[in-house]
Design a protein around this ligand. Sequence first.
Ligand SMILES: [Mg+2]
Length: 156
Amino acid sequence: MKTLVTEIFEYSARINNARTPSDIAKYSVTELGELMEEIIISEGQSYKEPGKDGVVGEAIDVIACMVDLIRVARPGITEEEILKVARPKLEKWAEKAFRPKLVARREHGPHHDPDVGGTYGGRWVVRDTRNGAVIDIVQYRNDLMDRYEGLIVIDE
Ligand SMILES: [Mg+2]
């Protein structure tokens, strides 16, 4: 079975109208608008009736634009090459999506941190609500941002 990308490539190659990546990107924004409208309708937030293409059809218009843009920007690119670019991105997306959110409570006062083996005296720390560990939010903010999808700090 032919893949969607291959099929879009075939149409894209047949249509020679000197379009540039910029032209395609501009047009794709109008397609994205059409998609958004179908989503709004499908969620019952519009007085309008669904169009004949619906959410799936409009999403395909957006995909077609993007695949066309790739081919026009990089003529001769193969689907295998696209996959090589896509796979690490998909991995990163999944890894990010599955990262937990850290919920921490902000506290003021002396706190012993067994990880560091020291005691924070009279400063703002956050306590991880899952395991009670104390985190020096000022010192570890960047590290925490890397390890968790989000940080929710609850003020005492
Ligand atoms: Mg459309």
